[in-house]
Design a protein around this ligand. Structure first.
Ligand SMILES: O=C[C@H](O)COP(=O)(O)O
Ligand SMILES: CC(=O)C(=O)O
Length: 215
């Protein structure tokens, strides 16, 4: 599997998934792959997260990221289940430390310059900007990142998440500091409420077309 950050930079999207039922993991993964987006950020917001990660990782053709990882114990469970990267809504030194100990790429959330510098102190160069829209969106991201352009080689990179959708995706992706955007719109439970995952595949395909339209 290539470096997860490179995969994210290629696809520009990280679908944020909260599964109540691990039985949905297989058809959801299939819809993502069929729609052209072999990336899944499965959040530890539900009890089904670990099993869902295991199911998706077993395919071998999908970048499986563990999301909403809040404790070192969840890092262990995510890694054991097959996640190849960890993200969090905020910056937790314990989560980052455990990931680094395991050699697992980690992308913590930052909302302030203080968070950002804490992540830099850990040697990290790519961070979530969360919750992106509620924090002021593109304007705030530009302002927060400006002082750190030369803090790491190539500049600090971000994965804005929270309130990103088809209406503002390209505004974020147009920023050179943005690697990819996280979002739940193309994997929202209402799309597969009837047990049919075709609407997910269609929404994923549309999101992929939009994200790639900047190239
Ligand atoms: O908590 C929010 C999710 O991580 C993603 O945000 P979203 O549902 O606004 O796309
Ligand atoms: C928001 C986010 O990235 C997370 O829950 O991990």
């Amino acid at each position: 599997m290539p470096n997860p950050f490179e995969t994210l930079a290629h696809h520009k999207l990280a679908p944020v998934i909260a599964l109540d039922d691990a039985a949905h993991a297989a058809p959801l993964a299939a819809a993502l792959v069929a729609g052209g987006l072999p990336v899944a950020e499965v959040t530890f917001r539900t009890a089904a997260a670990e099993e869902s990660i295991r199911t998706m990782a077993a395919r071998g053709d999908l970048l499986v990221i563990a999301g909403t990882v809040l404790t070192a114990e969840q890092v262990d469970r995510a890694a054991h289940a097959g996640a190849v990267m960890v993200v969090s809504p905020g910056f937790s030194p314990k989560v980052v430390e455990r990931c680094q100990k395991l050699g697992l790429p980690v992308c913590p959330g930052v909302a302030t310059p203080t968070d950002l510098q804490a992540a830099l102190d850990c040697g990290l160069g790519t961070m979530k900007f969360f919750p992106a829209e509620a924090l002021g969106g593109v304007k705030t991201l530009k302002a927060i990142s400006a002082p750190y352009a030369s803090a790491v080689e190539g500049g600090v990179k971000f994965m804005p998440t929270g309130g990103v959708g088809p209406g503002n995706l390209l505004d974020y992706l147009a920023l050179p500091s943005v690697v990819a955007c996280g979002g739940s719109w193309m994997v929202a439970p209402k799309l597969y409420a009837g047990g049919d995952f075709a609407p997910v595949e269609a929404a994923v395909r549309e999101a992929v077309t939009l994200a790639q339209s900047l190239d």
